[in-house]
Design a binder for this molecule. Structure first.
Ligand code: SF4
Length: 292
């Protein structure tokens, strides 16, 4: 498929057909993020997208069951156009089971529940929302552009519309200085939002980002691998959710963990405690094996 620039997708979309509907991220201001820093944001014309879908139809035909709409926030596309794209996918791929996309909190707040419901009814099944943290001060400092209450409302909008909600959080985002508050407030926000999936990433410091300068100047002290998994432990322990798949299987993490919460909470915590108490650091991914 012809893509503009590097394409990113969640680990769970590894088997999906990726259709690039936007180039870059419409927000593009988060201080830790380098993914779309050098892409000028634009929404692709419907005709370009339709050509890509037609090419995919010729290549993969009936095999396409899942489609992920890239780049950073395809949900920014106005609802009528997005419905047209989803309708085209449904027409061309008769075995299509799931359409998903990244979303910013602004996208979910701007669409509102009626438009999100219409998108759900026509086939948008899942959105990935970068929550990053529940700490209001940290949300401000990383330039996320929303407060905690707005982030909560954004996630709840997706759920109220019946769209499955997968959120990401970033371990180590507050450094040693802010670790306790980051963990407590993130667990509190996740408990209030009650998402279907939580994916934990671990902070990667990328040289082209403002966050890199914070680390270099000593304003943010990075967590050690053990501190990072202990932060993860605190979040899992404090999270009070109904039925949520938790994963830390992203390549940035020191330790891949997974389970269904709340029932697997004790098992996950026991795994972390065993590693920490017996100092089994050989089980942790080494720094040079971590990746975005
Ligand atoms: S909204 Fe997401 S993709 Fe856009 S800058 Fe922030 S983290 Fe990066």
């Amino acid at each position: 498929m012809p893509y503009e620039g590097m394409i990113f997708r969640p680990p769970s979309e590894a088997e999906s057909l990726i259709i690039q509907t936007t180039v870059g991220c419409s927000w593009n201001k988060c201080t830790f993020c380098s993914m779309y820093r050098y892409k000028d944001f634009r929404i692709k014309e419907y005709d370009e997208i339709r050509d890509d879908i037609e090419m995919a139809k010729m290549m993969y035909g009936d095999d396409v069951r899942r489609v992920f709409l890239a780049d950073g926030d395809a949900l920014v596309i106005d609802t009528d156009n997005l419905l047209k794209i989803i309708d085209t996918l449904n027409k061309d791929f008769p075995n299509l089971e799931r359409v998903s996309t990244y979303a910013t909190p602004h996208n979910l707040l701007n669409k509102g529940i009626d438009e999100l419901k219409e998108l759900k009814d026509r086939g948008l099944d899942l959105v990935y929302l970068g929550v990053e943290t529940g700490d209001d001060n940290l949300l401000r400092s990383i330039g996320k552009g929303v407060r905690r209450d707005e982030m909560l409302e954004a996630g709840l909008n997706a759920k109220r519309a019946g769209i499955k909600l997968s959120v990401t959080i970033i371990l180590g985002l507050g450094g040693k200085e802010g670790s306790k508050t980051h963990a407590e407030e993130t667990a509190r926000l996740l408990s209030d939002m009650d998402p279907d999936y939580v994916g934990a990433l671990t902070l990667m410091v990328i040289p082209s980002t403002p966050l890199y300068n914070m680390v270099k100047s000593g304003r943010l002290t990075l967590l050690s691998p053990i501190e990072s998994i202990l932060e993860c432990r605190r979040i899992i322990e404090d999270m009070d959710v109904t039925d949520c798949i938790f994963r830390s299987n992203h390549a940035s993490n020191y330790l891949p963990l997974g389970g269904r919460l709340p029932q697997d909470k004790d098992k996950i915590i026991k795994t972390i405690d065993d590693i920490v108490k017996k100092n089994k650091t050989y089980l942790l991914r080494s720094e040079d094996m971590r990746a975005l």
